[in-house]
Design a protein around this ligand. Structure first.
Ligand code: G6P
Length: 615
């Protein structure tokens, strides 16, 4: 969703801001804009479309604008008002005094707007943001140009979620920011201050970042950042060191970030295993500091997340059930959990999973669980993110920055970490047998090599993708440990190829969806060689009897499966519970190559955002 970049320093701001916006393009957007503080005016440039087009327009500005050393930029993912240049940010107040960009939704914007209109202020856009901009200009005037008091008064009036970044016409080298509900990170590199929605935009300048808290403001100047609460009280803040390499956020030799990130998965697994195991033992106590003995009182475990992360929680649920069926375990979608009358309290442990750590529904679910007295653990890929700061116990997944909108390596990082977390929790409870512990850790350790061997067979998967890219749609089917994979495989195709694709537990096909099958719908069946192989193969036959072309993903050496498929991909054998770690890679590569064959915008699919900060 909307991306923000601000700069107050001594160098020309335009290039720095455009670069920051480019690095956040993956968040998803439809228009872009930049405001530059020139000698005596603020120049505002906006476009519908890509940041590259904005850069082109900026390059045509006269030299005095190009030399501006303070500015703010924005990529907009439309919520209120169509995708037009006028509705694109930055917005200006009628008197030209305030210029502002915003990420989030101002829920009382209609009220504010009619109030301001009744005072004679003319609005030019359809956005919720303009109300904040016009109101701030009025407050700034009322408080005699006292920015801190005007900002406090503004934040007291606004309802909803916002990250606001502002320039005042009469404060030439200064930017003001306020955060409530939407992420914002600030930084100082010794000579300039920056702010952005996403840390990856700032790693080129510094790794020491200030993540704004809820209801926090900051003023940025070339001499540093000053922090305040919404009531105007000064705050001292410590920077968080983010150990990410800025090169990790570059595409390198790859055509797409998504392909690069799929290829990084064996390394993600290696890192995850090394960080949380010692020989054949799970060792998570250092990173997850839950009180000893806690698991004795836990009767219920809830895994809670959105999107791909919610499929990772289904993998965790299956593994937990397979190891110990004495615990009441559920995998919940955060946007539902938060509005249901969910059980909670001291006998419940909830694990919130979010690669970005900023998903609005997952954060709201975690806040709800806290109020119920539920013990909470977060799993996130971003140190310093809101979930990391708000949930008492956090374990970081070790995927590094992920730029492709469709999650790939962060999912792998999550399922790796969740598997180890499940084992750790059951070990604490005393219900993980030494045999299972050694078996699964042995299995996990062998995964990176097996995954690498699959990546080396990309050509086979690419041919399949090219052959089936013309299908009218896809069904992904499988049983038990394969069900979360069917969902992830279908979601990847929807996200990046825009093709209708459904996921079904194989046994469910005959209860309705089978009516849709004909020669134009392709079935992708996950059939590892487990106790359920025969059952799934029977379901595959039911699909083939309706003329649906069928691709099977089967275990190496399972020659008998050949008779049940139009095409087959043999994948390495592993422990049954760990099949998702293997089956996932062909599904990701399949979606990638289908989308590539169809000429889709793979890293920035239409209508999607990487970090969903509104509910
Ligand atoms: C968006 C992203 C998905 C992601 C989901 C949940 O929809 O495009 O890739 O799975 O949000 O995000 P989270 O950051 O909470 O894992």
């Amino acid at each position: 969703m909307c991306g923000i970049m601000g700069y107050a320093g001594k160098k020309p701001a335009a290039g720095i801001i455009i670069d920051g916006l480019k690095r956040q393009e993956y968040r998803g957007y439809d228009s872009a804009g930049i405001a530059l503080r020139c000698d005596s005016e603020i120049v505002n440039v906006k476009v519908v479309g890509r940041v590259s087009e904005l850069a082109r327009k900026v390059s045509e500005l006269p030299p005095e604008s190009a030399g501006a050393i303070t500015g703010i930029g924005h990529t907009r993912w439309a919520t209120h008002g169509g995708v037009t240049e006028t509705n694109a940010h930055p917005h200006e107040s009628a008197d030209g005094m305030t210029v502002l960009v915003h990420n989030g939704i101002i829920e009382n914007s209609r009220e504010l707007r009619s109030n301001l209109e009744s005072k004679g202020i003319k609005f030019v856009t359809e956005t919720d943001t303009e109300a904040a901009c016009q109101l701030l200009a009025l407050l700034y005037k009322d408080y005699g140009g006292d920015a801190l008091r005007a900002m406090s008064a503004l934040t007291a009036e606004l309802r909803g979620a916002f990250a606001l970044v502002i320039m005042f016409l009469d404060r030439p080298n200064e930017i003001w920011c306020a955060r409530k509900g939407s992420p914002l990170v600030a930084a100082f590199d010794g000579g300039a201050c920056y702010c952005a929605s996403d840390p990856t935009a700032l790693l080129r300048y510094t790794h020491d970042l200030f993540f704004l808290e809820e209801e926090e403001m900051v003023s940025l100047t070339p001499s540093g950042c000053k922090f305040f609460g919404f009531e105007g009280q000064k705050r001292i803040k410590k920077a968080i060191h983010l150990n990410w390499d800025s090169v990790m956020a570059d595409k390198g030799q790859y055509e797409h970030f998504m392909r690069k990130e799929i290829g990084e998965q064996p390394d993600v697994m290696r890192l995850t295993i090394e960080a949380h195991t010692i020989v054949a033992n799970v060792a998570m106590r250092k990173s997850l500091n839950i009180p000893r003995g806690l698991m004795d009182s836990i009767r219920r475990i809830q895994f809670v997340a959105c999107g791909t992360s919610s499929y990772a929680t289904l993998v965790a649920k299956n593994i937990m059930e397979s190891l110990d069926n004495g615990i009441d375990v559920s995998a919940e979608i955060a946007s539902e959990y938060r509005y249901r009358n969910v059980p909670g309290g001291g006998d419940t442990l909830a694990v919130f999973v979010s690669q970005s750590g900023e998903t609005a529904d997952t954060l709201a679910a975690a806040r709800l669980a806290k109020t119920l007295g539920t013990h909470c653990v977060a799993i996130t890929n971003v140190r310093g993110s809101t979930i990391d700061r708000e949930v008492e116990h956090t374990v970081l997944s070790l995927a590094g920055p992920e730029i492709g909108v469709a999650a790939t390596k962060t999912f792998m990082g999550q399922i790796g970490l969740l598997t180890l977390l499940v084992m750790f929790l059951l070990k604490e409870k005393g219900s993980l047998s030494a045999g299972d512990e050694a078996r699964l850790i042995g299995g996990l350790r062998s995964l990176p090599t097996l995954q690498q061997s699959l990546l080396e067979r990309e050509g086979e998967i690419k041919s399949l993708a090219e052959k089936y890219a013309g299908s009218k749609g896809f069904f992904f089917i499988g049983r038990r440990e394969c069900v979360p994979l069917t969902m992830e495989g279908a979601l990847k195709l929807k996200e990046i190829a825009y093709l209708p694709s459904e996921a079904y537990a194989a046994g469910e096909m005959k209860h309705g969806p089978i009516a849709m099958l004909d020669e134009h719908l392709t079935v992708v069946a996950l059939v590892p060689d487990t106790d359920l192989r025969e059952k799934t193969l029977s379901n595959v036959e039911e699909c083939r009897a309706r003329n649906a072309p069928t691709i099977l993903i089967a275990s190496e050496g399972d020659e008998g499966a050949l008779a049940h498929a139009d095409d087959i991909l043999f994948v390495p054998r592993t422990e049954p519970e760990l099949f998702p770690f293997i089956g996932l890679i062909p599904l990701q590569l399949f979606a990638y190559h289908v989308a590539r064959t169809l000429g889709r915008d793979i890293d920035m699919p239409r209508n999607l955002a990487k970090s969903v900060t509104v509910e």
